[in-house]
Design a protein around this ligand. Structure first.
Ligand code: GLY
Ligand code: MN
Ligand code: MN
Length: 449
């Protein structure tokens, strides 16, 4: 399938979902706004994921309208008009004349026409599909269009009466990656794995966190990735126990660990990898003990990551191994907790492991899609989502030990996370981020000069 066909087919699927729900309607999906950073300078532009998923169009200032009836659908795109003066300063625009052929859409117009065209398109439609509570600006535009349609009521035009959340339909689609998406995610993960290798190989005591971040960015951009998928975490020593720490200016010290959580975005798709390694290339004995527990927890989670299992089963498997490890190392006290089962029941591990093991991964690093199945008819309880082929999740257990009087000092300030990206298949899962070593001895071998 060529790229245009991929987006056409996604629009057809969304149209079918709209048809099944309300017999037809109009979906409105706008791309992300440009955001000013400071005077005359903008944050790097990143399209909206839902909009891109349906169009493949990366320019700002664009809106997709999908008009769906009982048997047909048509795609209309509003975009920035060609403008020689603006294009000299800010870059080439595709322009509405070229859009239909380039993107495989039915109609394209300049943004100047959006108000009058929307009033036409919404006339006599019953159902509108929008992103509910998206932004004040989206609400303002919709109010304006609705007002214009309502003003025609005496001319016999009916205004829409139903608003539906288009995200609910779209995000369910995005949860299942097609072959093209999985291939892109494999390439993104391979680049990120190389970046982690590069950081480990150049790391030595005396360097600063931001210098390792620079190595990651070099590999990302040099490999053709457009951006980071999220701000890189490069955390040494005690900083590794701060879950959302950014790469700062701390010195990498002999004897400490360095935790890197970094992934590139490639062609709109995220990767998300964490590795933890010793700054001097050799794990100390307490570091190694906690590292091996975390890795064993990850392996236990991986074994449970397969279609048919629920989303929570890998997490539960990781928690069991982490809790047993914490009891073995005396970080949790069997004398106080009584048994492994009781320790888990009391969630005693949360002091050292305070996040879940997985999240969906895709266009967004914390990707969209419900983590629950629909409620079981007889109860209000929604069971955890059943994993299915084509879903992509991270598997990322960790242990974070902050200093405290009741904790053996040897473990103080050790923060470890190990994170890989897994494509669910019927046979189990494919770890697409394992281009970077994960076993302690393999990491030590890589860092040996
Ligand atoms: N890098 C963000 C996360 O691991 O969830
Ligand atoms: Mn993650
Ligand atoms: Mn991560």
């Amino acid at each position: 399938m060529n790229k245009t066909n991929i987006y056409q087919s996604r629009r057809a699927t969304l149209a079918q979902k709209i048809r099944s729900k309300t017999g037809g309607g109009i979906a409105i999906i706008t791309t992300a706004p440009e955001v000013s950073r400071n005077r005359d300078s903008e944050f790097p532009y990143r399209h909206d994921s839902d909009f891109f998923y349906l169009t493949g169009f990366e320019e700002p200032g664009a809106t997709l309208i999908l008009q769906v009836d009982q048997s047909n659908h048509e795609a209309h795109l509003f975009c920035r008009p060609k403008d020689l003066e603006k294009e000299i300063w800010d870059g080439i625009r595709l322009g509405p004349e070229a859009v239909p052929a380039a993107l495989g859409l039915n109609f394209a117009y300049s943004n100047h026409e959006i108000d009058s065209k929307l009033a036409e398109l919404l006339a006599d439609q019953d159902a509108i599909y929008v992103r509910l509570a998206e932004s004040a600006e989206a609400d303002r535009r919709l109010r304006h269009w609705m007002k214009t349609v309502r003003q025609q009521i005496r001319a016999g035009v009916d205004a829409p009466t139903q608003f539906h959340d288009v995200e609910a339909l779209l995000h369910e689609m995005r949860l299942f990656k097609d072959a093209h998406e999985i291939e892109t995610m494999r390439r993104a993960a391979a680049i990120s794995a190389r970046a982690h290798i590069r950081a480990m190989q150049v790391c030595q005591p005396g360097m600063r966190e931001y210098q390792l971040e620079a190595e990651l960015l070099h590999e990302f951009r040099n490999s053709g990735s457009q951006s980071v998928a999220y701000n890189s975490i490069v955390a040494t020593g005690a900083n590794a126990c701060i879950l959302h720490y950014r790469a700062g200016s701390n010195e990498l010290r002999n004897g400490e660990l360095c935790l890197i959580d970094a992934g590139c975005e490639l062609d709109g798709y995220a990767s998300d990898i964490t590795r933890t390694f010793p700054v001097n290339g050799k794990f100390s004995s307490p570091q190694r003990a906690l590292y091996d527990i975390t890795l064993a927890a990850q392996e236990a989670a991986i074994a449970m990551t397969k279609s048919g299992n629920t989303f929570i089963e890998p997490h539960e498997a990781a928690v069991k191994v982490l809790t047993q490890g914490l009891l073995d190392e005396g970080l949790l006290k069997l004398s106080e907790l009584g048994s492994l089962e009781n320790a888990i029941e009391l969630a005693a591990y949360r002091r050292f492991y305070m996040h879940r093991t997985s999240h969906w991964l895709g266009m967004d690093v914390h990707d969209v899609g419900s983590y629950r199945e629909p409620a079981v008819a007889s109860t209000t309880e929604k069971p955890w989502r059943i994993l299915q082929s084509g879903m992509v999740i991270t598997i990322e257990p960790g242990l974070y030990v902050r200093p405290a009087e009741d904790i053996d000092m040897r473990f103080w300030n050790i923060g470890i996370r190990i994170e890989d990206d897994a494509v669910i298949s019927d046979a189990g899962c494919e770890l697409i981020s394992r281009g970077v070593p994960v076993k302690a001895e393999e990491i030590e071998a890589l860092m040996k000069r």
